[in-house]
Write a protein that binds this ligand. Structure first.
Ligand code: MG
Length: 388
């Protein structure tokens, strides 16, 4: 039984080590909403909302999530008895449309609390609750492989240099942000730098259109560059043209923004819009949906991997747990803390070994990280507490 006695919502501003640029703009300081959840039995955990400041990746933002969490989502769950963590999704699904990132922040916290209360690591609880993992008797992986996501660089040479450095650090895959006009030269430079066999992927964040001849030509040329996938080339709400494009390309398309839940995953598979899914639990409303997508894709022979949303060490813990499931067969964007943060908000930062692997804290209950509460207090801009 899970029953939330107290939820504290706060906003922090966490300085990035270096600005991160995508086709949507540049971020220098990450605004992050954090939640602290306490059960009536005294168990506690922290969770993170992955929404960004601007609605460029998702309609959810820091401001809309603050509103949705404080006005509707936390009041729906607080003080309510839940026999299993899946109940949180059912309650939210029946009462709140959209606001998936806000819902996920609490829903995933409820899963972490459930794991803590049963003395399990979050990864072990997810493996038990995944239909395909439990049917095959699969244990969570003790290590997850990580790739790096490189933001757009000022020129191809700089991208080549950054790619070499990433390979030397041990990353298993390099993903480059691209946009029309900042694509082929960049990818070719990276390919030349790291060699033929190294895993390279690109992420367009929906910036190409089949209506533009030049875009189509660029995508066809990229098809010849030995990429292991092309992520979200077309618009976030366009499964039909992704299916047209996938028929044209040999390189697998991977969908990110287009996959808002299990239903859109089913549509993607029916239409043939992509062959890989970037599964971010925050984007799909939390772990109940993430497990459903993982299992549906596993049954369809479609691999998934866990993308990043510039999470702090708290959000990273949730992603690492999820990425330990068996159908996460591609490296995730699970970079160590030092890649993004001057100082992470957990006491033992996430690290990566020379082989690009991050250890899953299977020996710890719940999320498996210790939160630096004093640092979080220093970084807090606003907070509000809810009690049952
Ligand atoms: Mg993406």
């Amino acid at each position: 039984m899970i029953r939330l006695a107290r939820v504290t919502l706060r906003e922090i501003r966490l300085p990035l080590r270096e600005p991160f640029e995508t086709s949507a703009g540049v971020v220098e300081q990450r605004r992050i909403l954090l939640l602290q959840l306490a059960d009536t039995d005294g168990s506690e955990t922290w969770s993170e909302c992955v929404a960004e400041a601007l609605p460029t990746y998702s309609p959810d933002t820091v401001e809309t999530c603050w509103l949705a969490l404080s006005r509707w989502i936390v009041p729906l769950l607080i003080g309510r008895s839940m026999s299993a963590p899946r109940d949180a999704h059912a309650i939210l699904e029946a009462n709140v449309r959209g606001h998936r990132m806000a819902r996920a922040a609490v829903e995933m916290g409820v899963w972490a609390l459930a794991a803590t209360k049963s003395g399990l690591s979050l990864a072990s609880l997810l493996a038990v609750e995944s239909e395909t993992a439990s049917a095959s008797g699969a244990e969570p992986r003790p290590f997850v492989e990580t790739g790096i996501a490189l933001g757009m660089q000022p020129d191809p040479d700089m991208l080549a240099e950054r790619s070499l450095a990433a390979r030397a650090e041990g990353y298993r895959r390099i993903k480059m942000k691209i946009a029309p006009g900042k694509d082929l030269q960049y990818v070719r430079a990276a390919r030349k730098a790291v060699g033929k066999s190294f895993t390279l992927t690109v992420d367009a964040n929906g910036s190409y259109s089949l209506d533009d001849r030049k875009h189509v030509k660029a995508l066809e040329a990229m098809d010849k560059l030995g990429l292991s996938m092309i992520e979200q080339p077309l618009a976030h709400d366009d499964l039909v043209h992704h299916a047209d494009l996938q028929r044209l390309l040999e390189t697998p398309i991977c969908l990110d923004e287009s996959i808002s839940g299990d239903a859109s995953t089913e549509e993607m598979l029916a239409l043939g819009s992509a062959r890989i899914v970037n599964l971010k639990p925050g984007r799909v409303g939390g772990f109940q949906q993430a497990l459903a997508i993982h299992d549906r894709c596993a049954n369809a022979g479609v691999p998934v991997w866990c993308g990043g949303m510039l999470e702090s060490g708290i959000g990273r813990a949730y992603n690492v747990a999820l990425a330990s499931l068996p159908n996460f067969t591609e490296p995730g964007d699970l970079s160590p803390s030092a890649r993004y943060w001057q100082r992470d908000i957990i006491t033992q930062p996430w690290t990566m070994d020379k082989n690009g692997r991050v250890k899953v804290p299977l020996d710890r209950t719940g999320i498996g990280v210790d939160v630096d509460a004093a640092l979080i207090d220093d970084l807090t801009l606003r907070s509000v507490e809810f009690r049952a």
